[in-house]
Design a protein around this ligand. Structure first.
Ligand code: NAD
Length: 469
């Protein structure tokens, strides 16, 4: 049974809960569930380690980040296996994206933190400068769609900024976090700097409410973000939220059509659509609308279906397929459950799906589905495309397909999203701000923005007496 990792040791407490293989539906592991005592123990362990870790020079902490990156490299195959077992992702994606990004997260934030200068401001006879101190104990709560990538994306800057952490991975995907706990122990990371506990949302709730937690970083659904905000409001804890999306792709008639179709296949169907950045609304300029739809639908039939993370999530996605029909959509591809005729038939698969014919006010076009599905609509003018893309409650990401440079800048700057890609999707520079507006989140992480969230500035102002001359 998977055990918690607290104060540098495995802790086998709390009743067990099962994790299922999305490919077959079979139970693959049992995991201890954190109860209030376990949560309290983890927060106390983190508090106990906080002072020494914060006092360590940043260069030394950066050295620990590099050692953890080496530890991940050494356990690369174990991490891949754990991530595959929990998620049913394609092997190639796990090997080339999920685990390598974990290594990159530790290396990148080690460099950024070690190089960061403090600010200094000068007035005549007055010097002000700013030092940054860590919050203390940070709760890190992450979802199941990119378990290792997202956990390390938050862990690395939180740690290098001088915080200790208590991590709660998703109940669906604890495997790679458990390997990471062993990596921390094997590297000799000081006890209590990283603590990992398992459980459902109730364990996450206990963690964020704990008075010993100073700040919360969360990636997950907007609904959970709202619950966390309520839970921490009385203590005014700083929060960083990376939440849901309902991302638009805008395809102009002047685009390279091959590239736009293939790029959209990627942006809609990668990871079975279970990436917060995936496109669920496509807007295509009228002269190329019919051809684009036909080509996208043909490609949807060729895409290998990928399992949804759980039986519940599959039901949710299928309920949106049914909703599309009841709202009057025309289904261009998919819309059901694939039949493989093998062990995958008991897994959590849905068909890659393309629909059209709904208004931007339909529920289907406004709510995040988080599956391999998109709606395609046509537009005439650039202004109309911008309005359509900006419609709705979310503002995470948008993608433009055009070969007109002026248009790319013009439209890109008017899209109300935290991230805009032009003629590409999912390309990331870890130094850039990442996050969304409206229901898509609060704050930005990435580069200096991460270090800013994981620390508090103190401004020191000194009056410099002028000698009489
Ligand atoms: P979720 O909100 O259900 O769960 C996320 C985590 O929060 C899990 O660890 C869960 O156990 C925990 N949790 C649930 N209720 C809680 C509570 N009341 N208090 C504290 N913790 C609680 O999300 P999910 O279904 O695991 O992930 C999918 C969602 O994540 C999608 O909405 C997706 O858009 C979003 N997401 C966003 C980004 C981003 O960067 N913006 C990235 C990936 C995923």
């Amino acid at each position: 049974m998977l055990t918690h990792f607290i104060g540098g040791r495995p802790v086998a407490e709390g009743k067990g809960f099962p994790v299922h293989d999305p490919v077959t539906g079979a139970v693959i592991r049992q995991v201890h569930e954190a109860d209030p005592e376990v949560v309290d123990r983890a927060v106390r362990a983190a508090r106990q380690a906080a002072r020494d870790w914060a006092a360590m020079p940043v260069g030394e902490r950066a050295g620990w980040m590099r050692r953890l990156a080496e530890g991940i490299e050494a356990r690369f195959d174990d991490l891949v296996a754990a991530e595959l077992a929990d998620t049913g992702k394609p092997l190639d994606q796990t090997r080339t994206l999920d685990i390598p990004r974990g290594i990159a997260n530790f290396r990148a934030f080690a460099e950024i933190a070690a190089q960061r200068p403090d600010d200094a401001f000068h007035l005549s006879g007055v010097l002000s400068y700013t030092v940054r101190r860590p919050h203390g104990v940070v709760a890190v709560i992450v979802p199941w769609n990119l378990p290792f990538l997202l956990m390390t994306w938050k862990l690395a800057p939180a740690l290098v900024a001088g915080n200790t952490v208590v991590v709660k991975p998703s109940e669906n995907t604890p495997g790679s976090a458990a390997v990471f706990a062993e990596i921390c122990a094997d590297a000799g990371l000081p006890a209590g700097v990283v603590n990992i506990i398992y459980g459902y949302g109730s364990a996450g709730q206990l963690l964020v409410e704990h008075p010993g937690v100073d700040a919360v970083t969360f990636t997950g659904s907007t609904r959970t973000g709202t619950a966390i905000m309520h839970a921490v409001a009385d203590r005014v804890k700083p929060v960083s939220f990376e939440l849901g999306g309902k991302n638009a792709g805008v395809v102009f008639e002047d685009c390279d059509l091959d590239r736009a179709v293939e790029g959209s296949v990627k942006s809609v169907f990668t990871n079975g659509g279970q990436v917060c950045l995936c496109t669920e609304r496509l807007y295509v300029q009228r002269p190329i609308f019919e051809e684009f739809c036909a080509r996208l639908a043909a490609r949807a039939h060729e895409v290998d279906p990928q399992p949804m993370i759980s039986a519940e999530h599959r039901e949710k996605v299928l309920s949106y397929y049914a909703l599309a029909r009841s709202e009057g959509a025309k289904v261009l591809a998919g819309g059901g459950v694939p039949a493989f005729g093998d062990h995958r038939d008991s897994g959590y698969y849905v068909e890659p799906t393309v629909v059209t014919g709904l208004s931007e006010w339909s529920r289907f076009n406004r709510e995040e589905i988080f599956g391999p599905v998109c709606h395609v609509a046509s537009f005439d003018s650039e202004a109309e495309a911008i309005d359509l893309a900006n419609a709705g409650d979310y503002g995470l990401a948008a993608t433009l397909w055009t070969s007109n440079l002026d248009r790319a800048h013009r439209v890109g700057q008017r899209l109300e999203a935290g991230l805009v890609w032009v003629n590409t999707w999912y390309l990331r520079d870890l130094r850039t701000p990442f996050g969304g507006l409206r229901l898509s989140g609060i704050g930005r992480e990435g580069g200096i923005q991460s270090l800013d969230f994981y620390s508090e500035p103190t401004t020191i102002t000194i009056k410099l007496e002028q000698p009489d001359v």
